[in-house]
Design a binder for this molecule. Structure first.
Ligand code: UD1
Ligand code: UDP
Length: 324
């Protein structure tokens, strides 16, 4: 097998950046690999927060994000944008992570040029193509294309083997989100000013149980988001809780949460927190309520229980372990 010497990592959203910055660091530490980073900026502000703390300087930035972007428009822009960079760079290998539009299109554009693809966080399955939507199909497409599958757990590795992926192509690695979490916690230990932005809220909710909340899944838009907001209003009737809710920038989430929860004294609605501040929230909370994938992985690592606000999860390990 020929030695790989130019590796292009492609990512575009907050969670991909969090889970790939440790991989960028690790590849940079390996001699003889020419590491290139292409960000699509499918997310803009939420991506930039991570590039900054994760110390990643992209070689390419497609800056594709548009307000309230549709899946088809986003996908079309990603395909031509990524394709142009691949034609220019012709890497020996492409690395994508997870199940976003950027990851799926990155793998597809590489396949169109017969460039091999490594998939980080491979083999997660809910076995329902509409939950989460469109992520379940995105990761199946990537799994069909990839020739290296980095599965976080034995469960995800078994899911790939059941789809006839050869055992030699599957590597059980753990989840890189834990590397990212430990990295940022080391940074906070060295410089506590990195989390000073939460001091006011910690003082406001002193003596109360802090409940952290995040939500953004497309299949929850509309009625699901409305139900989540109503449930939070009920929880906030207790006088022993303080709800800290950094609201995702997707307008389908923000509009409803601002309208229903904006004036509740026991609910702090915040802009998205940068990764140090979010990790501080994970450390101080009593419980997380979330439909996020990454948060289901991080909270148990810090001993915090998670209530998963979904009908199903592709991360059954937490349910089995009793942490989710
Ligand atoms: C995307 C991913 C989802 C992932 C999630 C992580 C797809 C189809 N969806 O969902 O898998 O779990 O990211 O958060 O790939 N916006 C901003 N600034 C930002 C980010 C988003 O303003 O920094 C707003 C924009 O109006 C944008 C909208 O949010 O159009 C939606 O962004 P998009 O990436 O399409 O979808 P997400 O719901 O964020
Ligand atoms: N996160 C963050 N700030 C926030 C909310 C979440 O840094 O205000 C981090 C969180 O620690 C996790 C990741 O973002 O690593 C999860 O991203 P998101 O929920 O948007 O996407 P998902 O994991 O569901 O794809």
């Amino acid at each position: 097998m020929a030695l790989t010497n130019k590796v292009l990592l492609i990512f575009g959203t907050r969670p991909e950046a969090i889970k790939l910055f440790p991989v960028v660091h690790a590849l940079n530490a390996v001699g003889g690999v020419d590491v290139k980073v292409l960000v699509t900026a499918q997310h803009r502000q939420m991506l930039d927060q991570v590039l900054d703390i994760g110390e990643v300087k992209p070689d390419y930035d497609l800056d594709v994000m548009e307000p309230n972007q549709s899946l088809d428009h986003l996908t079309a822009k990603l395909l031509t944008g990524i394709g142009n960079v691949l034609d220019q760079e012709m890497p020996d290998r492409v690395v994508v992570q997870g199940d976003t539009a950027t990851a799926m299109v990155g793998a597809l554009a590489a396949y169109y040029r017969k460039i091999p693809v490594s998939h980080v966080e491979a083999g997660l399955r809910s076995y329902d193509i509409y939950q989460p939507w469109p992520e379940e199909v995105n990761r199946k497409i990537i799994g069909t294309i990839a020739d290296q599958h980095f599965a976080p757990t034995g469960v995800s590795a078994a899911a790939l083997r059941a789809e006839a992926v050869s055992a030699e192509a599957i590597h059980i690695t753990g989840n890189t989100v834990i590397d990212a979490l430990y990295w940022v916690q080391d940074k906070i230990r060295a410089n506590s000013a990195l989390v000073s932005g939460l001091c006011d809220i910690e003082a406001r909710f002193l003596g109360r149980k802090i409940i952290g909340v995040t939500t953004h899944r497309r299949e929850n838009f509309g009625e699901g988001m409305d139900n989540i907001a109503s449930a939070l209003e009920v929880i906030a009737q207790r006088d022993d809780v303080g709800i800290v809710f950094p609201v995702h920038m997707n307008p389908n989430v923000r509009a409803i949460m601002d309208e229903k929860l904006g004036n509740n004294p026991r609910i702090a609605l915040l802009d998205p927190l940068d990764y140090p501040h979010f990790s501080r929230l994970l450390s101080i909370c009593h419980l997380m309520l979330t439909d996020s994938g990454g948060v289901q992985e991080e909270a148990p690592a810090l001993g915090k229980p998670v209530l998963v606000m979904r009908e199903t999860t592709e991360r059954p390990e937490g349910v089995t372990a009793g942490t989710a």
